[in-house]
Design a binder for this molecule. Structure first.
Ligand code: SF4
Length: 340
């Protein structure tokens, strides 16, 4: 492979057997010459690690920001969204597997410099850029360069991620990031190991770091899979952990699963499951909880935690009305958490 045009990766070292140890995520792949890590897009060529996904998006879309999902970060605005090939998790239920499980050569990826990406956001009048579709952790070098330029131009950047990232590398990758939606895919190690090939504690550590040690706006998504992570016995400890470790102002999204990838034998998540999970979260003190991937105006509306007035009414990804006044309830003046 011709390496002149490739980006040399950050976050790696060579071990005693001349293999490369990638230190970007807690998988810590040991990569021999000519080989790739688990995520496919970090490759060892002649003893150097390259970030093959750098500058190689697989396509762009202009989405409503509610689709990420983010409900408390400039609601009703547009966001330029893209990803690359590959992923550092191995979710059997992946809802985006045609991208995350692909190698770059399988997809029609093309070159786009960090400046090109920011210019696209400007061109389409999108005030934010989302790194999404596959897990942006694995193209962290590209994330840094884009988010730095974006910040200089007043454009916000958003990570949509599983949060499976090394505790040193994350300081670099998130340096210029404004918001994150982190998938908390379940709340047992059994679920994480069996169905995602990753570990719950690594994700919890990222969530605590984001909330306590950065100024990044944080929301959380849990995709509810029937029979796997949707029981009250799992939802309650998850909500309890969120309240006790992140506080009650982090928006939580329960979204519906559709049968996909290696879990085609499962049913779609019933709306009843989404609704009772939301009830549990609200009863346990979480101020903002939403349901997703369904039409459910009540479950997608932002209510004032003070006087319960409907403030931002939504139907799926559409904002129907927004009655916030300077980030506060128009009726009682309670401040609503988020960036508005
Ligand atoms: S980022 Fe990719 S290559 Fe690096 S440790 Fe994680 S899965 Fe392996």
């Amino acid at each position: 492979m011709q390496t002149d045009d490739l980006k040399v990766a950050l976050w790696w070292e060579t071990d005693e057997n001349e293999k490369i140890l990638c230190t970007l995520c807690p998988r810590y792949c040991k990569i021999g010459k000519g080989q790739a890590g688990f995520c496919y897009i970090r490759q060892n060529h002649e003893g150097k690690l390259y970030s093959i996904g750098y500058g190689r998006p697989t396509g762009f879309a202009i989405d409503p920001i509610e689709k990420k999902p983010l409900s408390h970060f400039y609601p009703g605005t547009l966001i330029l969204s893209f990803g690359t090939a590959g992923c550092n998790l191995g979710c059997r239920f992946c809802q985006n597997w045609s991208i995350s499980k692909a190698k770059l050569d399988d997809l029609n990826s093309f070159y786009a410099s960090p400046e090109d990406v920011v210019n696209l956001a400007v061109k389409y009048k999108a005030p934010s850029i989302a790194f999404t579709y596959n897990d942006p952790t694995i193209f962290g070098e590209y994330v840094i360069d884009i988010s730095k330029i974006a910040r200089e131009q007043g454009i916000k950047t958003v990570m949509v991620t599983a949060g499976y990232i090394d505790k040193y590398a994350r300081n670099d990758v998130y340096k210029y990031i404004d918001a994150a939606n982190v998938d908390l895919k379940g709340f047992t190690e059994r679920f994480y190991f069996k169905l995602t090939y990753s570990h719950l504690n690594d994700i919890l550590d990222t969530l605590v770091w984001l909330k306590r040690e950065t100024g990044i706006w944080l929301e959380i998504t849990t995709l509810l899979i029937p029979g796997e992570n949707d029981s009250a016995e799992e939802i309650k400890p998850e909500c309890d952990w969120i309240v006790n470790n992140l506080g009650n102002s982090v928006s939580l999204h329960f979204t519906a699963f559709h049968p996909d990838f290696k879990m085609t034998g499962k049913e779609r998540t019933p709306e009843l499951t989404l609704n009772y999970s939301r009830e549990i979260a609200l009863n346990m003190g979480i101020k903002y909880c939403y349901v997703g991937n369904v039409h459910n105006i009540d479950g997608q509306t932002t209510y004032c935690p003070g006087c319960k007035t409907s403030l931002i009414k939504r139907d799926w990804h559409t904002v129907i009305s927004n009655k916030l006044r300077d980030g506060k309830c128009y009726k009682c003046g309670t401040e609503i958490d988020g960036r508005f």
